[in-house]
Design a protein around this ligand. Structure first.
Ligand code: ZN
Length: 203
């Protein structure tokens, strides 16, 4: 199983990090070892002093596909979810400056939080889903999938021209504005259309 992540997919988040708006989706991969086991707390790794949360809508791929067209993309997933793309921002900034790959900043153990899954058919429009992240009872990130630069089906079409998608692969579709630092004893919870899909303690 692999995790394919899209970066810079919401204009407001591109602006907050002062990144350029990309001409094509920014794509990176997290290894399967980055998945935080269910019910486990997240331990801030010792190599970073600035780990950020990024709440993101997820889709789970249900069958093998390559060069998938946008029109057929909906037949490749039945489940949507919510997760966190934890990012060691200090490390990522150093790597970005040097033009080096981001993996160490985004693919470390526990850096992929994956919440409960919901059937796609429960939602009228996959391109109009509200989601939010709450930190210690305060809403820190709010988004709607309509604000994505590349919508879910376009993402599937795009990434499948480079990577064969396999059953069980997960796509992280990018984060809206409001990313920020986590500290020990923070408590996070993520909701998709008011259904809470994960809670998490930071250690
Ligand atoms: Zn992200």
């Amino acid at each position: 199983m692999k995790i394919i992540c899209i970066g810079r997919n919401y204009t407001a988040h591109i602006n907050e990090l002062e990144n350029e708006k990309p001409e094509e989706p920014v794509v990176f991969i997290k290894p399967d070892s980055s998945v935080l086991p269910k019910q486990q707390d997240f331990y801030i790794p010792e190599f970073s002093n600035d780990v950020h949360y990024e709440v993101e809508v997820l889709v789970k791929i249900k069958k093998v596909g390559k060069h998938i067209s946008k029109e057929f993309a909906p037949t490749y997933y039945d489940e949507v979810g919510l997760g966190i793309d934890f990012t060691a921002r200090d490390l990522q900034s150093k790597l970005k400056e040097k033009g080096l790959p981001w993996e160490k900043a985004k693919g470390f153990d526990g850096a992929a939080v994956i919440g409960e899954w919901l059937p796609k058919k429960d939602f009228k429009d996959i391109n109009d889903l509200n989601f939010k992240l709450v930190k210690n009872n305060e809403i820190v990130q709010e988004g709607n999938t309509s604000l994505m630069l590349w919508k879910i089906d376009e993402i599937i079409a795009y990434v499948s021209t480079f990577f064969m998608l396999k059953k069980g692969d997960i796509i992280f579709t990018g984060t809206p504005a409001g990313v920020g630092k986590i500290s020990p004893n923070d408590y996070l919870s993520g909701s998709l259309e008011d259904k809470e899909l994960f809670t998490l303690k930071i250690k």
